[in-house]
Design a binder for this molecule. Structure first.
Ligand code: NOJ
Length: 442
């Protein structure tokens, strides 16, 4: 049992969740700065977060200490083009240039996510992703970022989880901009997918060496038993837009297969979403498929009050997400069988009740066991021949968990938000060994 030799063992973060410094060096507000109030416990925002913006060297040193081979992070659009369109803020670019240079010096592969939910507030005032100009706004922003970072960066990821920043943000009002407007799904789906296509073109033009990916998530149904019928039925459920715009296929089928499931079309109230030329743009070739996977989605079981992924007392994380390692195996299997692209696990991890203990350490055996189980399930897929290029654990450090504020901790590194002191958790030291042995110790 072996992970590929150049397997990219990594960790992931997102700008808004760690950077803080929301008004430093010319950054302007994003939608979370302005709209979180009233939607998040204690009205918490990313105002200070982990103050990563002012702890850059220290944080890269910790990445190095853990022995990470890759680091996935995102760029804050409102730091680069504070109004969303127009003037470029060189100081914002300088911050990321410094980060990628430090990473290169430390032999850590930078993986840049171009959009992880911090839309400039000024663009929201113009309708955000509902505005038909949004693909052009995004293209201009991507041009600036890629132009600056291309000499140092090989891996670019267009979008993180449109399932969330559209699916549960414009319908269901769970995330900023906290709207519940099912009629927005059609324009937002169109605009985000066109923006993705435009970004792919810009990256190819400015960084011909780049590997381009995408990082959606979505419901992964797992089979109720090992029979072929059960596996096929879980696969069908995974790819039939049963969860509106949170569904897995909603955001990947168009990009790779050039189609939508009929349930998605019905939900949007149309029979077609794009013209022929628009389809050509949306399906621009990408090189790998990222996927964020945490848990399986349960199916109804006849005669049982529990869904298929739970039983009385079944294990869950602090956020009540089911501990279901088979979800990562089936995610890889279903996605690669269908889309035939190398897979990067762009997120996987758990929220735990971590705290600094009397001995000054953070012992998190639950996280170690969680990672161990999920990595074994990932290794099973690799052993069966699936092409997985890396795994970036969510998250490098505790951070702002969006609508849940700072209550839940996903990090390998514990952050004391009062003092900004960082402490490596036991899981960080355990992961270090996994990386050093390329997974042989699992
Ligand atoms: C999904 C998101 O990409 C990330 O921002 C979030 O913190 C984690 N998963 C955990 O919910």
């Amino acid at each position: 049992m072996t992970f590929p030799t150049h397997f990219m063992w990594g960790a992931a973060t997102a700008s808004y969740q760690i950077e803080g410094a929301i008004h430093q060096d010319g950054r302007k507000d994003c939608i979370w700065d302005k709209l979180a109030k009233g939607h998040v416990p204690f009205d918490e925002t990313g105002e200070i977060a982990c103050d990563h913006y002012n702890h850059l060297e220290e944080d890269v040193a910790l990445l190095k200490q853990i022995g990470l081979k890759a680091y996935r992070f995102s760029i804050a659009w409102p730091r680069i083009i504070p109004n969303g369109t127009g003037n470029i803020n060189q100081k914002g670019l300088d911050f990321y240039l410094k980060l990628v240079k430090l990473l290169k010096e430390a032999n850590i592969e930078p993986m840049v996510t171009l959009y992880h939910w911090d839309l400039p507030y000024d663009l929201f005032l113009q309708g955000g992703w509902k505005n038909e100009n949004s693909p052009l706004w995004f293209e201009s922003y991507v041009r600036v970022v890629v132009n600056a970072l291309a000499p140092y960066v090989k891996y670019f990821i267009t979008f993180n989880e449109p399932n969330c920043f559209i699916g549960i943000s414009y319908e269901g009002a769970e995330h900023a901009p906290f709207l519940n407007e099912p009629s927005s799904l059609l324009p937002c789906t169109r605009n985000v997918l066109l923006a993705h296509g435009r970004a792919v073109h810009v990256i190819r033009e400015l960084a011909p060496h780049a590997q381009i990916g995408y990082a959606p998530t979505g419901a992964i149904y797992t089979p109720t038993d090992n029979s072929k019928d059960a596996i096929d039925s879980a696969r069908d459920l995974t790819f039939s837009s049963t969860r509106s715009a949170f569904s897995t296929d909603w955001w990947i089928d168009p990009v790779i297969l050039g189609s939508f499931h009929q349930n998605a079309l019905a939900k949007m109230g149309v029979t077609e979403v794009f013209t022929k030329d628009e389809w050509a743009l949306v399906t621009s070739k990408i090189d790998f498929l990222g996927f964020n996977v945490y848990q399986s989605t349960g199916q109804e079981v006849a005669g049982s009050k529990y869904p298929s992924n739970r039983y009385c007392g079944s294990p869950v994380t602090a956020m009540d997400w089911t501990i279901t390692p088979e979800s990562i195996y089936y995610a890889v299997k279903f996605l690669q069988d269908r889309y035939h692209l190398p897979i990067l696990i762009t997120e996987n991890g758990m929220a735990n009740t971590d705290f600094l203990m009397l001995d000054g350490k953070v012992h998190d055996p639950q996280r170690i066991d969680f990672m161990h189980r999920y990595l074994l399930a990932l290794e099973k897929a690799i052993d069966e021949g699936y092409d997985v290029i890396g795994y970036t654990y969510w998250s490098l450090m505790d951070n702002y968990e969006w609508a849940c504020g700072y209550k839940y901790r996903f990090g390998l590194i514990y952050v004391d938000y009062q003092t900004q002191k960082r402490t490596l958790k036991d899981s960080a030291n355990w992961y270090k060994e996994v990386i050093a042995t390329n997974g042989q110790n699992l």
